[in-house]
Write a protein that binds this ligand. Structure first.
Ligand code: RP5
Length: 166
């Protein structure tokens, strides 16, 4: 499992993150919008660890590093990632922006940031109220463990849908 954040110097280089994200990926990508979100997402990482599900962890902000988020999401499926869990607080754009760039299932985790004026409700609404056509699954506020369990259940549906007419 790799746990890393982009170095500041790479964030200003166009597509510089492709080198890092070009490596074959794990099954689950776990992202947060800030270092301050890391602790709240630990239950997700622990649950994935206990289930033996390969995963990676990145700190990528939809507002502060939008290009890096776009790069990550655009090639995640090509790297073999099957589900993305994204946690963020306040104006929690991260899950929605990832869903804009990827057709992978995205599970958003609204986080109760210490800076929240609404005790996490702001993040919940930001994640849940996506426009039609760009779905994001939303677990409860600080529901990181449930996000990992949901990711495991999605991964268990390996057969997928049958093509129409089959
Ligand atoms: C959000 O703003 C992050 O997901 C975090 O929950 C919140 C505060 O971020 P920091 O100012 O602590 O980096 O984007």
């Amino acid at each position: 499992m790799g746990r890393c954040g982009l170095q500041p110097e790479t964030q200003t280089e166009p597509f510089a993150a492709l080198e890092e994200f070009g490596e074959p990926g794990p099954l689950v990508g776990v992202l947060v919008g800030s270092e301050s979100d890391r602790e709240a997402m630990e239950p997700a990482l622990q649950e994935l660890d206990e289930r033996g599900i390969s995963h990676e962890f990145h700190v990528l902000s939809a507002h502060r590093d939008p290009r890096a988020v776009a790069e990550y999401a655009s090639i995640a499926a090509l790297r073999g990632v099957r589900v993305i869990i994204a946690g963020a607080g306040m104006a929690a754009a991260l899950p929605g922006v990832i869903a804009s760039y990827s057709e992978l299932p995205v599970i958003g985790v609204p986080l109760r940031s210490s800076k929240s004026v609404a005790d996490g409700l702001d993040a919940l609404l930001a994640i849940a109220q996506m426009p039609p056509g760009v779905p994001v699954a939303c677990v409860s506020i600080d529901g990181a463990r449930n996000a990992a369990i949901l990711a495991a259940r999605i991964l268990a549906q390996g057969g997928g849908l049958r093509p129409p007419g089959s």
